[in-house]
Ligand binder design. Structure first.
Ligand SMILES: C[S@@+](CC[C@H](N)C(=O)[O-])C[C@H]1O[C@@H](n2cnc3c(N)ncnc32)[C@H](O)[C@@H]1O
Length: 223
């Protein structure tokens, strides 16, 4: 089942990749990135991992914030093809090909919901973090997934794709962080109609229907 979902996720991102520039390219990404930057850890001179990097928008921000060494990992080669000027590794985020205690900082944008097990994802992140290291991640909010909101896009042939998402209860990443010896020090939720209020085509109905719903979760944790 996990293999099937992974294959479906990979196929969706392979089709999305040509339309996925390394910058926030929709209203949700814009507020998500602003929230991530508010909690951005000290990165100057540090060794950083962009986990499930996609086209590398966080790799770029890591470079801008003077990280000494940056590695971008993703299992989707067409996504990684966008990434330049940092090391690229095509790998599964659930089996990271790095030694224990390699990185000072891990940044992961909008990817945890693709992990079949939050516990295993958190264990992997904690394993490759150095003691004192920081994990900063965002995710499509479990409450939004529970209400059947999806991450969908139209590809270059105008075919609509919905990216598979594992709906983990909000307590799950907190328990997983604790089990992996990570201490959550900041958490931020982005709500429809508050932080997310930028108009988009047909957004009036969306904002009316989902007003107040949390759509993105941002978490910072230390090892
Ligand atoms: C929503 S995109 C986010 C990309 C980037 N982090 C950003 O915020 O712009 C999610 C990314 O997770 C990657 N991904 C999903 N499952 C993965 C897995 N098991 N291993 C590695 N990468 C994965 C996808 O290929 C995709 O690039």
């Amino acid at each position: 089942m996990t293999q099937t979902l992974n294959a479906a996720t990979l196929a969706a991102y392979e089709h999305w990749a040509p339309l996925y520039p390394p910058m926030p390219h929709n209203p949700l990404m814009r507020v998500e990135q602003a929230a991530m930057l508010e909690l951005w850890p000290e990165t100057a001179g540090r060794r950083a991992l962009d986990l499930a990097a996609g086209s590398g928008r966080y790799s770029r921000l890591l470079a801008d914030s003077q990280a000494a060494e940056i590695v971008a990992v993703d299992f989707c080669a067409p996504m990684l093809a966008w990434v330049s000027a940092v090391s690229r590794v095509c790998a599964d985020m659930m089996r990271l090909p790095f030694a224990n205690c390699t990185f000072d900082v891990i940044i992961s944008g909008l990817a945890l919901g693709h992990a079949s097990s939050v516990h295993e994802w958190m264990q992997q992140a904690a394993r490759v973090l150095k003691p004192g290291g920081v994990l900063l991640y965002s995710d499509f909010h479990p409450e939004a997934a529970r209400m059947s909101l999806t991450r969908s896009f139209s590809d270059q042939d105008d075919v609509t794709w919905t990216v598979p998402h594992h709906c983990h209860a909000i307590a799950c990443p907190m328990a997983a962080a604790q089990a992996a010896d990570l201490t959550v020090d900041k958490m931020h939720e982005i709500h429809v109609g508050r932080e997310l209020s930028e108009p988009f085509p047909n957004s009036e109905e969306f904002y009316e229907q989902w007003n107040g719903l949390p759509v993105v979760l941002v978490v910072r944790a230390r090892k």
